[in-house]
Design a protein around this ligand. Structure first.
Ligand SMILES: Cc1cc2nc3c(=O)[nH]c(=O)nc-3n(C[C@H](O)[C@H](O)[C@H](O)COP(=O)(O)OP(=O)(O)OC[C@H]3O[C@@H](n4cnc5c(N)ncnc54)[C@H](O)[C@@H]3O)c2cc1C
Length: 473
C-alpha cells in the first residue's frame, strides 16, 4: 500500500469520530510529535476519540487503509515510544479525551478509569474518599501510558508497580475488536492472566481504553528522615534493619549519593541542607506511613526511637547522621535531583535495576569500569534502593570531553548496560519500558524464545503490524 492520502484520511476520520476529534494543522500537531526527552517525528494526523467505540472505529479504519498507529497518553515516556516516526505516515491516537473516572468502589478497593485519565486526576478523586492509588512518580502520566510502560515510582517497596496493582483491563485490538477483561477480582486462577500481556509492552498488542486499578486506604500520617551513611554496605544494613523492625509501615527508601545531592543544594538554594558543607557518601530518605492516626501511634516517635536504638545498639555502624524532617520538604530535595544534575553539564541518565544486595557493588563496578577511559565522567547515582532501582547518571562538562556528547553517550550506554545485565543479572530498563530509544538493547538482551513468543502474539493480535513504535518479536 502506498503512502496514505492525508486529506482523505482526515476527512474519513472526521466522519467517523467528529470534526473536533481530528487535528491536522502543523501548529496543532506539534505537541503530539515531540516526546519528553526522546522521540520526534511527523504525524499524518492526530485523532482523539472520547469513547471506546470510537477507538475501535478508528483502528478498524486504520487497519483497512494500512495506516500505522501510535498510541499516545500524556507523552511523558522516556524512551521515545509515544511519538510518530519521521515518515509523516503514522496516525497519533491520543487518549486525552478518554478521561473519565468511571467508578470508585470503597468495598472492592478499586477505581475504574478510562485510558486517558491522568495520575493527578486519580489522586484528587481518590483523596476525597480517603483512598490513594499507590503509584507515585515525578510526572503526570495517563492510566494507559502507565500500563503500557509498567510504571513504578518511589513506593514500589510497599505497594508494587502497575503490574501488581492492575485488576482489570479493556483493550482495543488493531482490527477494532474490543477485548473485555474488566474485573475487580483479586483472585482468579483460571490459566493465563491475559491482561498482563498488555502491561509493559508499549501498546504494540492493543490500546488500553479502560482499566480497573487497585487502590489502598490513604495514610493518615507520614514520617520522614534523612539518614547519612558512610558507604553502600551501611545503606543495605539500614534497609534490613528497618524492614525487620518497621516493615509494615516502611513506605519508601530512597538513596542519593553525595555526587547527586551536592548539585541539589548548589542549584536549589531555597532547599535546606541539614548536613552542612560535608555531605555523607550516601543519604537515605526513609518514609514511614500508616492509616493509624498520630494519637494512636506516632510515626515520628517510632522512626526516631528505632533509628536511635539501632545506632546505640551497635547495628548502625556507618550511619553518620539522622535528620527527621517534614515529608514535603524532604521529598522536595529528592525530587530535584534529576533537574539539578542537568545544570552540571551533559547527562547520560540510565534507569537500571539489579538485585538489592548488589547495589553497592554494581555502582562501584560502574565507577571502576568508566574511570580509566573516561576520567572526565562522574558517576552520579541515586534511586529506589528499596526495590533495586538505580538512576545511574553519567555526568560531564562539555569542555572537558574529547568528543561530542552523542558520540560519548553511544559508547557509554552499552558499557553500563552490559555490566548490569550480564554481570549483575539486572535490567537495562527498570522503569521506562521499551521504545525506539532502547530497542537495540531489547534486541540484544531478550532471549530468542521470548522474542519468538512475542512475535506469535503480535501475529495474532496485530497481524499487519500497525500498532506502536516498538518491535518486541
Ligand atoms: C519527570 C519524569 C519523571 C518520571 N518518573 C518515573 C518514575 O519514577 N517511574 C516510572 O515508571 N516512570 C517515570 N517516568 C516515565 C513516564 O512518566 C512513564 O513511562 C509513564 O508511564 C508514561 O505514561 P504516559 O501517559 O505519559 O505515556 P506516553 O509517554 O504517552 O506513552 C508511553 C508508551 O505507552 C504507549 N501508550 C500510551 N498510552 C497507551 C494506551 N492507552 N494504550 C496502549 N499503549 C499506550 C505509547 O505508545 C508509548 O509506547 C517519568 C517521566 C518524567 C518525564
Amino acid at each position: 500500500m502506498g503512502a496514505p492520502d492525508r486529506a482523505e484520511v482526515v476527512r474519513s476520520l472526521r466522519e467517523l469520530v467528529g470534526e473536533g476529534a481530528v487535528l491536522a494543522e502543523p501548529h496543532e500537531l506539534a505537541r503530539y510529535e515531540q516526546g519528553w526527552r526522546y522521540g520526534q517525528g511527523k504525524a499524518l494526523a492526530a485523532v482523539r476519540p472520547s469513547r471506546t467505540e470510537d477507538v475501535a472505529r478508528v483502528l478498524a479504519f486504520a487497519s483497512s487503509q494500512g495506516i500505522r498507529v501510535v498510541p499516545q497518553g500524556a507523552n511523558t515516556g522516556l524512551v521515545g515510544g509515544s511519538t510518530p516516526d519521521a515518515s509523516g505516515e503514522m496516525l497519533v491516537l491520543s487518549l486525552e479525551r478518554l478521561s473519565r473516572i468511571v467508578a470508585i468502589d470503597a468495598v472492592d478497593r478499586s477505581v475504574t478509569a478510562e485510558g486517558g485519565v491522568l495520575l493527578s486526576q486519580l489522586e484528587t478523586a481518590l483523596a476525597e474518599q480517603g483512598m490513594m492509588f499507590p503509584i507515585d512518580l515525578g510526572a503526570d502520566p495517563t492510566v494507559g501510558g502507565m500500563i503500557a510502560t509498567n510504571a513504578a515510582g518511589t513506593r514500589v517497596l510497599r505497594y508494587g508497580d502497575i503490574r501488581q496493582n492492575l485488576l482489570g483491563l479493556e483493550v482495543v485490538l488493531a482490527d477494532g475488536t474490543v477485548l473485555d477483561l474488566m474485573t475487580t477480582l483479586r483472585k482468579n486462577n483460571t490459566g493465563l492472566d491475559a491482561k498482563q500481556v498488555f502491561v509493559g509492552t508499549s501498546g504494540v498488542f492493543g490500546i488500553v481504553t479502560r482499566a480497573v486499578l487497585r487502590v489502598v486506604p490513604r495514610p493518615a500520617q507520614r514520617a520522614t528522615a534523612l539518614v547519612g551513611a558512610a558507604e553502600g554496605a551501611s545503606v543495605l544494613q539500614l534497609l534490613s534493619h528497618l524492614e525487620q523492625h518497621l516493615g509494615d509501615v516502611l513506605s519508601a527508601f530512597e538513596v542519593v549519593s553525595a555526587e547527586s545531592l551536592a548539585p541539589v543544594f548548589r542549584y536549589q538554594p531555597r532547599l535546606r541542607n541539614p548536613f552542612g558543607a560535608s555531605l555523607p557518601p550516601y543519604t537515605v530518605l526513609v518514609e514511614l506511613s500508616t492509616t493509624l492516626p498520630a494519637d494512636r501511634v506516632s510515626l515520628d516517635d517510632l522512626l526516631e526511637t528505632t533509628l536511635g536504638a539501632m545506632i546505640e545498639g551497635g547495628a548502625g555502624e556507618g550511619i553518620t547522621d539522622v535528620f527527621p524532617g517534614k515529608p514535603a520538604e524532604l521529598w522536595d530535595i529528592r525530587h530535584h535531583v534529576s533537574e539539578s544534575l542537568r545544570h552540571e553539564g551533559e547527562v547520560l541518565g540510565l534507569d537500571i535495576s539489579v538485585p538489592r544486595s548488589s547495589m553497592p557493588s554494581f555502582v562501584e563496578a560502574a565507577r571502576d569500569l568508566i574511570a580509566p577511559d573516561y576520567p572526565f565522567v562522574r558517576v552520579c547515582d541515586f534511586g529506589h534502593w528499596g526495590d533495586g532501582g538505580v538512576h545511574l547518571n553519567l555526568v560531564w562538562k562539555k569542555e572537558d570531553a574529547p568528543r561530542p556528547a552523542p558520540e560519548l553517550k553511544a559508547e557509554l550506554q552499552p558499557i553500563i548496560y552490559d555490566l548490569a545485565v550480564t554481570r549483575f543479572r539486572g535490567s537495562f530498563s527498570a522503569e521506562h519500558g521499551i521504545g525506539p530509544h532502547n530497542q537495540a538493547f531489547y534486541d540484544r538482551y531478550t532471549p530468542a524464545l521470548v522474542k519468538e513468543v512475542c512475535g506469535l502474539l503480535k501475529a495474532r493480535l496485530d497481524p499487519k503490524g500497525r500498532l506502536g513504535t516498538t518491535r518486541l518479536g
